[in-house]
Design a binder for this molecule. Sequence first.
Ligand code: XIL
Length: 320
Amino acid sequence: GFYVGTAVAGGGHHQEQDYPDPFTYDKEYRKILGRQFSSVSPENQMKWDFIHPERDRYDFAAADAIVDFADRHGQVVRGHTLLWHSQNPAWLEEGDFTEDELRAILHDHITTVVGRYAGRIQQWDVANEIFDGEGNLRTQENIWIRELGPGIVADAFRWAHEADPEAKLFFNDYGVESVGAKSDAYLALVQDLLAQGVPVHGFSAQAHLSTRYGFPGDLEQNLRRFDALGLETAITELDVRMDLPESGVPTPAQLRQQADYYQRTLSACLAVDGCNSFTIWGFTDKYSWVPVFFQGEGSATVMTEDFRRKPAFYALLNTL
Ligand code: XIL
């Protein structure tokens, strides 16, 4: 009943860097993916820009391949994501739509994508990163909230639930590991939605951690607040980045500190009853998004670029 997952590399920054798709072409990668994990999350392959490249065209090939792979390996899938301010296609962000058209576009998207994988997705990140660091809704950046108002978030959950009544529906965000303005905002929103009978089932912390900022020591306590509302909780995108020395190779002390962060994150999840899904955002530095997105930081995953196990890998194994 406890799932250990990883993001499946492909699309996103991999595409920009012109890698051959690791999931398709890297045999070593696929072998580890099939053996070491009981849950998988498409890193980019179910995002709007990937799966819905034109208004009247969906592209399911990459997402289908991941869901099929998961079935063959007895793995569950976390769907990611349906309502987000980022990685939306230009036709959507730059299009000139009426409110009715936009609602219909979102309804069609959720019905089509969630419906296609109905019964095969354990958890869906329905709404991703809807609050900013101060706990305010992203009313400008998020096209849906900007154009249709905050009520669209509840509709997204309702539509997803109609399309797949079995899937557990989540709010997912970064910077919500600790008690603070952002996680407080989720707590209040979820209480409100539950009171209205909106089908919200889970709250998840991405957990993109950095040794620069220290470990969120109240992670367990924070997850318990959502557990107390009857929600499932999850860790969905854990990685632990660090400032690399000039050599590019982390020191033993850095690797020990990283292992400690991984272990404490897993322990926090294990300690909370309803936290049954623990996902790392890629398992090898070879394909990690971190060096691409965070200047000077790297080595964020549990395996080196040549698939050697770091202390963090063993720390997770020993904690399970
Ligand atoms: C990242 C992917 O890892 C990259 O490949 C892509 O280029 C950008 O997005 N929060 C999320 C994830 O919810 O979807 C993001 O994934 C990382 C931050």
